[in-house]
Design a protein around this ligand. Structure first.
Ligand SMILES: NC(=O)c1ccc[n+]([C@@H]2O[C@H](COP(=O)([O-])OP(=O)(O)OC[C@H]3O[C@@H](n4cnc5c(N)ncnc54)[C@H](OP(=O)(O)O)[C@@H]3O)[C@@H](O)[C@H]2O)c1
Length: 262
């Protein structure tokens, strides 16, 4: 994998998977890495860290706000004239029963995880199509294939991301532009630091991945023709089983995640 001369933009760059992906794209020769999130100081600190390897541009932007995304894309395309790899990674989850959550809670998750991805995709797609080149990598989750108790809003946002990406994948056939979804299981990041998880979900479960495993999959995805890359790869079997014998798998996943609710 060599990203020499490529301009890469990663949302959710201030922490976890996105932060690691910024470092890895920089090490793999990217010309410029645009670091996007809401935390200016964290982005600036990461930019200093990776600037020995590439041109690192910290960019404060809330992806749930379409006007901010449009202004950011206009500015970045004005400066670089191209976007080679767009990684839609910004996201969060709120843990709790649907009955206990407000509609606003569920809406806020959808607004960032799903619509944030839509806004960024729309903001860069025309320029990619005009250049007949570019790759959009959408970081979903295994929660795009399994609805689990306590994460209805989050699962809905990731199912939506996968469905949108599958349609777009077909629309982009033959254009030179591609979209690939990366769907990991649990990862050791700040994701579980959200107050709603407190006391209910261990921060780092035994099977949780290191962000570097997911980052590697993101870099692979940016060179792949596939629609979805599941991390680790063997969890693909779990997705297949769920779709093939749901009457066996759903009671098991149901019981597993229900036990965390209480
Ligand atoms: N950790 C897991 O177990 C896991 C598993 C599967 C999939 N994922 C997915 O992986 C992605 C990255 O999560 P992570 O695990 O790395 O969690 P994380 O460490 O909490 O990082 C989340 C990132 O998203 C950014 N972000 C959140 N809302 C944003 C907004 N409105 N605008 C711009 N940036 C925003 C945060 O930055 P600011 O707060 O600075 O804005 C942060 O950089 C998410 O989409 C998540 O759903 C995570």
């Amino acid at each position: 994998m060599n990203f020499a001369g490529k301009v890469v933009l990663i949302t959710g760059a201030s922490s976890g998977i996105g932060r690691q992906a910024c470092m890895d794209f920089a090490k793999k020769g990217a010309k410029a890495v645009i670091l996007v999130s809401r935390s200016k100081e964290k982005l600036e600190s990461l930019a200093r860290e990776i600037s020995k390897n590439c041109l690192a541009v910290p960019y404060q932007c809330d992806v749930s706000r379409e006007e901010q995304v449009s202004a950011m894309a206009k500015d970045i395309l004005g400066r670089f004239g191209q976007m080679d790899v767009l990684v839609n990674n910004a996201g969060f989850g709120i843990f709790g029963k649907v009955a206990d959550q407000s509609a606003r809670d569920i809406e806020s998750v959808m607004q960032t995880n799903y619509l944030g991805m839509v806004y960024c995709t729309k903001a860069f797609l025309d320029s990619m199509l005009a250049r007949k080149s570019g790759h959009i990598v959408n970081v979903a989750s295994l929660a795009a294939s399994f609805g689990v108790a306590g994460l209805a809003g989050y699962c809905a946002s990731k199912y939506a991301m996968l469905g949108f990406s599958e349609s777009l994948h077909h629309e982009l056939y033959g254009t030179g532009v591609r979209v690939t979804v990366v769907s990991p299981i649990a990862v050791k990041t700040e994701f579980f630091s959200n107050d709603s998880f407190r006391g209910r979900n261990p921060n780092y479960t035994a099977y949780a991945l290191d962000p570097s495993n997911v980052s590697k999959a993101i870099l692979n995805a940016a060179n792949s023709q596939r629609l979805e890359i599941v991390v680790p790869f063997y969890m693909r079997a779990g997705v297949w089983l769920k779709h093939t014998i749901p009457f066996v798998v759903q009671p098991i996943t149901g019981a597993l995640f229900r036990s965390r609710m209480n």
